[in-house]
Design a protein around this ligand. Structure first.
Ligand SMILES: CC(C)(COP(=O)(O)OP(=O)(O)OC[C@H]1O[C@@H](n2cnc3c(N)ncnc32)[C@H](O)[C@@H]1OP(=O)(O)O)[C@@H](O)C(=O)NCCC(=O)NCCS
Length: 154
């Protein structure tokens, strides 16, 4: 496992991934000891990566089924920019696994630290809220070649 603050290794891990969202750590997100509250971090991660997945697969009725390997490797601090990167790892029948990495990037000293490196599984649902084998209806190759795009505004 790379050290959470080895810049070269972090940059190389992010090379094939897409920046999907970023957040500024402001005072309201800190816990009592001055570290970024883990619940805020997880919320930003899940929301940003879900939006990325929706854009990539062009389907919005998804739920988070699991977040594997969530370990907080380093703390976010006041003034850090939390950058969240993602990449589709695997497509199943109804599920899609997305690799997600969150890093803290300090704009003043340019220090980068890895916060979380995990795998999030989203499951497509039908109109009754049941798992729906969406990927059987689509050609995954044609989805995977699309660049990340937000859900379009009609
Ligand atoms: C996730 C959920 C839809 C799975 O329902 P289910 O009936 O157990 O699903 P199934 O056994 O039919 O499996 C459907 C697919 O989901 C995947 N899946 C189900 N549970 C999973 C889990 N915990 N982790 C990863 N994948 C999971 C299966 O592998 C399967 O994938 P595939 O179709 O690509 O092969 C259901 O448990 C649920 O609605 N959970 C609540 C989700 C939610 O509210 N999330 C927000 C956070 S609280």
């Amino acid at each position: 496992m790379p050290k959470s603050n080895d810049k070269q290794e972090i940059v190389s891990k992010l090379q094939t991934m897409e920046l999907v969202t970023q957040h500024l750590v402001q005072p309201g997100y800190l816990n009592y000891h001055g570290n970024l509250f883990g619940g805020a971090m997880l919320s930003w991660l899940d929301e940003g990566v879900a939006m990325y997945a929706m854009g990539r697969i062009q389907y919005t009725n998804i739920v988070t089924a699991s977040m594997k390997d969530v370990k907080f490797k380093s703390p976010g601090k006041l003034g850090d920019i939390i950058q969240i990167y993602a990449q589709i790892e695997r497509i199943g029948k109804a599920s899609v696994d997305v690799k997600a990495i969150a890093v803290s990037n300090n704009p003043q000293n340019r220090k980068i630290s890895e916060i979380i490196d995990c795998l999030i599984t989203y499951v497509c649902l039908d109109e009754n809220g049941k798992p729906f084998s969406y990927f059987k209806t689509k050609n995954w190759e044609s989805i995977s070649k699309k660049d990340f795009a937000p859900i379009p505004i009609d």
